[in-house]
Design a protein around this ligand. Structure first.
Ligand code: ATP
Length: 514
């Protein structure tokens, strides 16, 4: 059965067959309700009332995705199952009891980001709040969605506003959903609704001025990453090496090999094995503590480590399509279009904008350190490792003697004065843009590292690659400004790249002419 249908029908049938007694204020579930989780965002009706039944609001959650238990303490569930949160204090993993579905009455840990409070807006199958416009288009145009498929998301350009994205004859149209002072929603002022749900129900019955009648909600793509591998690896993340089985080699870098592996016989992971002696385990652990806290959709998540003996293992999420460099070279323009290239660049800029906000420096940003998953999803890898490999007090020239020092990606002030900053990352990002636009060509193709080090301070810069739009080349040139303060921020780079996709929102009146 489709996830969306399961989601809507399950709560109704659950309510019908399960009469819940009123709980006392001191019981654990009430306490859990006072400690709201990530999805606890009930859609308030006009006047501020939640539409959930008062006596159950906050206690019960609906599963948005399937989850298969990874440890004996976990609880398996299917999208649409109802789960009662018994203890939310662990934070990102909750202790819960299944109130419906195959695991009914069983208890165990669940990833909190896989569930939403029943009857809250987050439980609606069409609500994709954090989805950007271009991601909405990609998801709606992906296989499985038909004419009329739709979703509602936060509007990127105007904070606090919502947009409706809908498929019309193979194209995605976007409408602004406006809110009146009294809290009612509308697409056209001629018809207002108390809740988004009512708005959706209305336009699902008739197009009434929209380009198309709303059909099925957009299919949900992959389930989100869990925080850590399980509830007990979130804080204590040194794991038993025997819980990891290496399955096949994915590649090798200068510091070791990377394998596809399986953790606890249940969970696919990537395992980076570090050549003995490449780094001091203490240095690595210190850095890894920071890396672990850096969680963002465009950064590879560090799950766990094995540092008790060599080789050190770094366990991360597995990315199906390997490094961006290999991905670009393999494609070489066969399937990737300019819009895909720009979109991948925008994803990297978004991950880097997050690091910028955290005052964190990558130091080795390059296409080989970006990994690609399904649907061209890009995530930045190896952030922080460069600091451990290239010790702060080590002269850059010594480091450069290592054959793989990324001279062609490194800003001049970092090469010459060891001055690494977010602005040297911006320089590297400009080189990464060059790699993206040339399908993985080596930068400065006809030049040696030595020539690059000589010529950059004299003002030499690469020319615009063939078939690269001038606006993209202008961004590269901005990233390669000699004075690092003149280079853009990643925040600016992100919106500039995302802006390539921003078209005017379809107006209701225009739509009525379709
Ligand atoms: P260097 O060590 O010089 O930075 P590198 O970044 O290519 O080079 P690794 O990070 O060791 O080296 O990765 C080697 C290869 O392993 C990558 O090119 C990629 O194909 C694969 N790989 C690395 N991490 C993952 C992952 N999380 N998921 C899938 N494949 C991966």
């Amino acid at each position: 059965m489709e996830i969306q249908k399961r989601l809507s029908s399950c709560w109704q049938s659950f309510l019908a067959c399960f009469k819940k007694p009123r709980r006392s204020a001191g019981d654990p579930v009430r306490q859990a309700a006072r400690n709201p989780g990530p999805g606890d965002n009930a859609e308030p009706a006009a006047g501020g009332k939640s539409s959930a039944p008062a006596e159950t609001a906050g206690d019960y959650y609906i599963a948005l995705y399937d989850y298969s238990a990874r440890t004996e303490e976990d609880l398996s569930f299917h999208a649409g199952d109802i789960l009662e949160a018994l203890d939310k204090s662990p934070g990102e993993w909750w202790f819960a009891q299944a109130a419906s579905g195959l695991s009914a009455s069983k208890q165990g840990y669940i990833p909190a980001n896989y569930v939403a409070p029943v009857e809250s807006i987050n439980a609606e199958p069409w609500y994709f709040p954090e989805t950007k416009r271009q991601d909405a288009e990609k998801m709606l145009l992906a296989g499985g969605n038909q004419h009329g498929a739709f979703l509602i998301r936060n509007c990127e350009s105007q904070k606090g506003e919502l947009s409706l994205s809908v498929v019309d004859s193979g194209r995605v149209k976007h409408y602004k959903l406006k809110k009146m002072d009294n809290g009612q929603y509308f697409v056209s002022k001629t018809r207002c609704f108390q809740t988004l749900k009512e708005l959706v129900e209305h336009y699902s019955r008739q197009s009434d001025g929209l380009c198309v009648r709303l059909g099925e909600p957009c299919k949900k793509m992959e389930a989100p990453q869990t925080h850590g591998l399980s509830y007990n690896t979130v804080d204590q993340w040194e794991i038993d090496r025997n819980s990891i089985k290496l399955l096949r080699k994915l590649g090798a870098g200068q510091f070791g090999e990377v394998f596809e592996g399986i953790w606890n016989e249940t969970t696919a992971v990537a395992v980076k094995t570090l050549k003995p002696g490449t780094m001091d385990p203490e240095d690595f652990l210190r850095e890894a503590q920071i890396m672990k806290r850096l969680r963002h959709a465009k950064l590879i998540q560090l799950y766990a480590v094995c540092t008790m003996e060599e080789p050190i293992y770094i366990i991360t999420e597995l990315m199906k399509n390997g490094s961006l460099l290999e991905y670009l070279q393999k494609d070489n323009g066969k399937t990737l279009r300019i819009s895909d290239q720009i979109e991948m660049a925008a994803q990297v800029a978004s991950g880097m904008a997050f690091l910028e906000l955290q005052n964190y420096i990558h130091r080795d940003l390059a296409a080989r350190n970006v990994l690609v998953g399904e649907n061209n999803i890009c995530k930045i890898a190896d952030f922080g490792l460069a600091r451990v490999f290239m010790k702060e007090n080590e002269s850059v020239y010594e480091a450069k003697e290592g054959t793989k020092f990324p001279v062609k990606w490194t800003a001049p002030e970092a090469i010459n004065d060891n001055k690494f900053s977010i602005k040297s990352d911006v320089w590297s990002f400009g080189i990464l843009l060059y790699e993206i636009m040339t399908f993985g060509q080596m930068p400065y193709p006809a030049m040696s590292n030595y020539q690059v080090v000589q010529k950059i301070p004299q003002g030499y810069r690469m020319t615009c690659p063939p078939n690269c739009p001038k606006v993209m080349y202008d961004i590269m040139i901005d990233c390669w400004k000699e004075d690092e303060q003149d280079r853009p921020t990643f925040e600016t780079l992100q919106w500039k790249l995302e802006d390539f996709f921003d078209m005017d929102v379809t107006s209701y009146d225009d739509a009525s002419r379709y």
